[in-house]
Design a protein around this ligand. Structure first.
Ligand code: BG6
Ligand code: MG
Length: 221
C-alpha cells in the first residue's frame, strides 16, 4: 500500500453539483416566500442536507413542525435529483479525470469524502466510480464537516495515516474538517473563501503533476 492517500470531496470538486444544490434550495426558499442568495449559499457547501435546511429556515425566519421539516427535506432532494438525472460526463470539472488517472496509474489509494447521500449515483452517472478505492459519504457519518469524521474514516479505510492524506475541498467547512484531521488541505475555488487551506487553486487545471509529486515527497508542507 502506498504511504500517501488522496481524498476528494464530490460536490464542487469533482462535479459542479454545487449549482444544483443551490437551485434546489433557492426554489424551496422562493416557495416559502423569501430569497436565497449565492453568497448565503457559501454556508451550505460541505454541510449536511439537514443542517442546510436548518440554516435556510433561519435565514427566512420560518418556523416549522418536524413533519414540515421532513417534507421540505424530501422536496429539496427530489428537486435536486431532477437536475442530477440529466448529468453526464460533460459535467465533470476540468482536469479531474486526468488527475484521477495519474493517481491510479501511480497506485495511490483514492477515497471519496463527501457529505452527500447521493454520492454513488452521481459518480456512476459521470462514470468515475471505478477510480475510488473507498467511498465515505453522508450515509456513513454521524458528524458533518467541519468535524473531521468523514476524512478520518476515509483514511482508515485506505489504510493511510491521516497526516499522509491529501484532501481536495471546495468548502470552508471541508477545509476545516481536513485541517482538524491533521491532513494536507487543498482548496479548490476562491482562495479568499478557502484561506484556511494549506494550498489554493482555482481548479485542477492549475495543479501540475510535479506539485503532487512534491507533496507526496513531503517537500512542500
Ligand atoms: C455536500 C454539499 O457535498 O453534500 C452540500 O456541498 C450538501 O451542499 C451535502 O448539502 C449533502 O448532500 P445531499 O446530496 O445528501 O443532499
Ligand atoms: Mg464540496
Amino acid at each position: 500500500m502506498n504511504e500517501t492517500g488522496f481524498i476528494f470531496d464530490l460536490d464542487g470538486v469533482i462535479v459542479d453539483t454545487a449549482k444544483y444544490h443551490y437551485l434546489a434550495w433557492k426554489n424551496l426558499a422562493n416557495e416559502l416566500g423569501f430569497e436565497f442568495t449565492d453568497e448565503q449559499n457559501e454556508l451550505f457547501k460541505g454541510v449536511s442536507r439537514k443542517r442546510c435546511l436548518e440554516i435556510l429556515l433561519d435565514i427566512g425566519q420560518v418556523k416549522s413542525t418536524q413533519k414540515q421539516f421532513d417534507t421540505w427535506m424530501v422536496e429539496k432532494n427530489e428537486d435536486y435529483l431532477k437536475y442530477i438525472e440529466k448529468m453526464d460526463e460533460t459535467e465533470i470539472l476540468p482536469d479531474v479525470p486526468k488527475i484521477l488517472q495519474y493517481l491510479k496509474e501511480r497506485n495511490f489509494p483514492i477515497a471519496l469524502g463527501s457529505a452527500s447521500k447521493n454520492a454513488i449515483p452521481i459518480l456512476e452517472k459521470v462514470n468515475l466510480l471505478s477510480y475510488f478505492n473507498t467511498i465515505v459519504d453522508g450515509n456513513n457519518v454521524t458528524k458533518a464537516k467541519p468535524d473531521p469524521e468523514v476524512f478520518l474514516i476515509a483514511a482508515d479505510q485506505l489504510g493511510v495515516e491521516p497526516e499522509n492524506c491529501i484532501v481536495f475541498e471546495d468548502a470552508q467547512a471541508g477545509i476545516q474538517a481536513a485541517n482538524a484531521a491533521n491532513m494536507i488541505s487543498i482548496g479548490i475555488g476562491d482562495a479568499e473563501i478557502l484561506s484556511e487551506a494549506d494550498y489554493n487553486f482555482n481548479d485542477f487545471t492549475e495543479i501540475d503533476l510535479e506539485f503532487l509529486e512534491g507533496l507526496v515527497n513531503k517537500n512542500l508542507k
